[in-house]
Ligand binder design. Sequence first.
Ligand code: AVI
Length: 320
Amino acid sequence: MIDSIETKIDSTFLVDVLEGLRSNPKRLSSKYFYNEVGDQLFQKIMKLEEYYLTNAEHEIFQSRKEEILKAFSPNGEAFNLVEFGAGDGYKTKVLLKHFITEKADFEYMPIDISAHALEGLEENLKLEIPELKISPLQGDYFQVLDELSHSSSKRNIILFLGSNIGNFTTNQAINFLSQIRKDINPNDLLFIGIDLKKDPDTILAAYNDKEGVTAEFNLNLLRRINCELDADFDVSKFRHYPHYNADTGECKSSLISLVDQEVTIAGERIHLKQWESIQTEISKKYDLQEIEFLAKKCGFVVDQHLEDDRGYFVDSIWRA
Ligand code: AVI
């Protein structure tokens, strides 16, 4: 049964989902949140009052853009601005516009696995900042970065914004950042946005908004599995459950099964007990000491921490 269905559907997605749901505790990877509906919901989350991360990073860019350009190009040297997973460019545009005004010699290179996302971004930026030199690069981050490091003599500045690093466990973060370190040249920089530890109520509210957009974002994963993997989750029998552990800085989101139930995915039956959870996302928060430890562990030296006024978020500049 599974074999015949597997030929019509994304087999990596299916294997990951089945493996996660056979585990104890059950888990699903947050990387699967981002189908078309998931992308739209995430755009909505970023505009929510409670989701302070976007505004905090936007504020840092707005208030520190001169310093940022000075760090990227101290003597007017040319550079490549390479962004991992650029999204809609809302925050990055603040820097791009400033760099253009200051006549900086740079090329913007957003990298994304999705050609569709890159096309949209390029179109939008060409309209809004016609003078911008933009070269979108489609593919796996590390493959693209490795090729770029060997083919371009210019300094590469890697942007990894929005606390995307928080969606990794500590070990995954160490592997990911060490891989970046391995792929870049000695003069290159990593510019990384990280959400900081703060009042647990503020953090929890960001992942449990009043409008229920984040709940929909989480539940959409089950809808996606229903559509793409021939499954029969009854979404009304699950509840979005975010919880924050101030000791570890981990804000985890789960889906709680409200009843004892069975679901079928590509012909395989999975049993869920009442109140059993499916872990779907980790959004880890750090403090500055932990960030410095992480940088060192991955072979980087921290040059500068740029924080917003409330001390909610930091953009950190790491040297190879
Ligand atoms: C993409 N990532 C950094 C977001 C976060 O804050 O972990 C995803 C998100 N999940 C729920 N709200 C936003």
